[in-house]
Design a protein around this ligand. Structure first.
Ligand SMILES: [Zn+2]
Ligand SMILES: [Zn+2]
Length: 390
């Protein structure tokens, strides 16, 4: 790869800006959502490190997901969007020990307070003071630069591209969900929802030793995608009673007693009700998806089956590390999940894609970054000096 392969950054009006003609200092360009729900680009100063323990990352690739679109629909204040990112360390504070300028990293985009009871008890994802990217009032990662403490940056294995690195965030969510289900060794697992989180839960459950993982959805192309992605079986949800769907999926999967584990990545009432009906007595139900906050739920069946019901929120200690290990050992492949890619100047189109549920995962490259650069894997091919000048 050479500099010639890399697009020069565009300014907010979308016209090309030659770095030679640019007399100002490097800028931090951000993709902003305004209270009137208008998307725009804004140039600001390059952020400085808030404490000596922080690093500054040049963002190379960012994935979009449903929660970005939810923020876009209910934004109250101008905010930078994005929270699934990978990039190159561009500056290190004086107390940073484990990272150097030029390291390729996946970002864990939430910083807990580290002092409250939940943080101190090891469940920092539940911290009430969590500063999470693109969660008002905190800005997201769809910028040229983003600053994080070093412990929130995880080095990418040398064979993992920045494009795949952006998906370590949703992969960590799947690792967290599957971890909450307990040991999956030899277990049967039903995953509702063949979107990114459902597919990643399927892959992680298999990597954790599940005997059979069945993916359930109501959209045929998503199910064929799930089959190609490695699901052991798939089932198409039908209109009608949850019990009827549950009976059919169990028959198709050849399971009489029900699934040991059900993971719902839809948040949809029909799926959740079918999942509880298809759950084995004594089984574990993990709720991963966030749909409507209130639904009609068959709590009686949870009692009758003495089932365990678990909510899942983002990721906690060890989840990113385990996600990286799954990539390092090639037990999880992410590349095929990336179905759409956009230049930073087309970020709005990526949001439309996700809102319309087009494809599986849409990626946005950082300002001035193109696909060839984001595809870079080894340090040798992605030196900081190769980065397009700003
Ligand atoms: Zn996400
Ligand atoms: Zn805390």
């Amino acid at each position: 790869m050479s500099l010639a392969d890399v697009q020069e950054p565009k300014n907010s009006s979308g016209s090309l800006t030659s770095p030679e003609n640019r007399l100002t200092a490097p800028m931090n360009t951000s993709f902003i959502l305004s209270p009137s729900r208008q998307f725009s680009y804004e140039d600001g100063p390059v952020p400085s490190l808030p404490t000596p323990r922080y690093v500054r990352v040049r963002i190379v690739a960012t994935g979009l997901c449903g929660s970005d679109v939810r923020i876009a629909r209910c934004g109250l204040h101008p905010i930078t969007l994005g929270h699934e990112s990978a990039g190159i360390v561009d500056a290190c504070g004086s107390d940073v020990k484990g990272l150097s300028v030029g390291d390729r990293v996946a970002l864990e985009p939430g910083v807990g307070c580290n002092t409250c009871e939940t943080c101190r008890s090891g469940r920092y994802n539940l911290c009430e003071s969590m500063q999470f990217a693109a969660t008002p009032p905190y800005n997201g990662t769809l910028s040229t630069f983003y600053c994080l403490p070093e412990e929130c940056c995880y080095k990418l294995p040398s064979h993992i591209s920045f494009r795949e690195g952006a998906l370590v965030e949703p992969l960590s969510i799947a690792v967290h969900c599957c971890g909450l289900a307990g040991s999956l060794q030899g277990r049967s697992v039903a995953v509702f929802g063949a979107g990114p989180i459902g597919l990643l839960c399927c892959a992680v459950a298999q990597a954790f030793g599940a005997a059979k993982v069945v993916v359930i959805d109501a959209v045929a192309p998503r199910l064929s995608f799930a089959t190609d992605f490695g699901a052991d079986d798939v089932y198409m949800m039908e209109a009608g009673f949850p019990e009827t769907n549950a009976q059919k999926v169990l028959e198709k999967a050849g399971l009489d007693a029900g699934f040991d584990v059900v993971i719902d990545a839809t948040g949809a009432e029909p799926c959740i009700n079918c999942g509880v009906a298809a759950l084995k007595r004594g089984g574990v139900f993990v709720q991963a998806g966030l749909g409507s906050p209130n639904i009609a739920f068959p709590i009686g069946q949870i009692c009758d089956k003495e089932a365990t019901l678990k909510g899942s929120f983002r990721y906690g200690p060890g989840d990113y590390k385990l996600a990286i290990q799954l990539l390092e050992s090639n037990r999880i492949q992410l590349d095929s999940l990336i179905t759409h890619e956009f230049a930073f100047s087309n970020a709005e189109q990526a949001f439309q894609n996700v809102a319309d549920r087009v494809g599986i995962k849409s990626l946005i490259f950082g300002p001035g970054i193109d696909r060839a650069f984001a595809e870079g894997r080894t340090e040798q091919h992605t030196r900081v000096s190769d980065l397009p000048r700003l």
